[in-house]
Design a protein around this ligand. Sequence first.
Ligand SMILES: Cc1ncc(COP(=O)(O)O)c(C=O)c1O
Length: 422
Amino acid sequence: MQDVSGSCRTTTLTCGYPELKVDFYRHSLGQAEVAAIAQVIASPILTNGRVGERVERQIAAFLSCPNALLTNSWSNGAVTALRALGVGPGDEVIVPALTFVATANVVEWVGARPVFVDVAPDTLLMAPRHVAAALTPRTRAVIPVHLYGQMCDVAGIREALHGRADIAIVEDAAHCFEGDFRGQRPGALSDVAVFSFYATKNVTCGEGGAIVTRHDDLAERMRRIRHQGMTAGAKDRFAGGAYNHWDMTELGLKSNLSDLLAALLPAQIDAIDTTHSRRRGLAQTYRDAFADGPLRLPSWEPDRRHAHHLFPIHTPPGTRDAAIHALEQAGVSVTVNYRPAPLLTYYRERYGFRPETFPVSWDWGAGTLSLPLFPGLTPDEQAWVIRAVRETVYPLIPRTPALRPADVQESLPLDGGGLGWG
Ligand SMILES: Cc1ncc(COP(=O)(O)O)c(C=O)c1O
């Protein structure tokens, strides 16, 4: 059993000379993936072909969803989905303030307006009440983000739409390939769920993504939009042995994934239960180690399988950057997930957003940092991270009692004045 108590203070850590360097993330790709890529190189098709189709069937089976499409990123997948759903200029799309910028950027790219809502103070997730408060006649989509790997209540969000069939739910499942909510996986209750296989994600091919949907007609349209709006892909042009002309029936983009990258995915999807239990064990160890300390952590809800993509902690505003510096000095790499998207320069200048409109997101974003969490993190490395947090971050935190999540007030309802376009 590792000593994660951090009680020994006679080590080099307090002198500022790290014993260990702990990366924020290390991938676990190896010989199996090298062999898979070599096979693609030995075949005539480098772009999306049989390998990608096989992975799409594997993803559809894993998620029990009839349609899966590989894409070259979450972002291009989400633009493909929003286009296929007909979301565009004049439309509003409800997104949480506490997310990576891509969630809102895709809304801007299709010409619609992101309507940011605050998140729940305990889970840090968009909740049905946030959606209900932000609905307008122009709302055409909602993008719940399964932040850090914990799923939002998609069924509740659907109920909050009060039967509005003109509003689609597009799940941002970039953090949540292997999670569920009361047994329902991403894609089960929404119109579309979009995943990311970016370099640091739980399943990765460097850059990539996937879309799943229950709607066959939507899947067909997204397949076309994924290929410039063309009616036939490269391999279909010779179907029947002779060349067939293709047509372009609507404006699409280029969001397909090549077989070279798709080949990296099958082994990781096959191993997902093993990597998930490793992530869960590491996350639980962190949680237990910090249980009696002054840090705030998001709640984990018992009715969901958390994918444990990230392990964020929160130090009171004003201490976070010093905490990052102290951890870096101790050899521990961390990142910030996230400063709220509407408070970044582009959105602030474009729409005039103010922190007081999103107090929960603002407070969390001003104090959060994420610790290393990946299946290959060794017990020694994790013990080092825990000790570094206890020895270098705890002393930075004022000795007033830590804010409990319920102490941070939410801003409801959203009014046009607060959003800066009233
Ligand atoms: C919540 C969230 N949404 C969307 C994205 C965008 O994913 P991609 O880089 O595959 O476009 C990310 C990537 O980090 C993310 O964390």
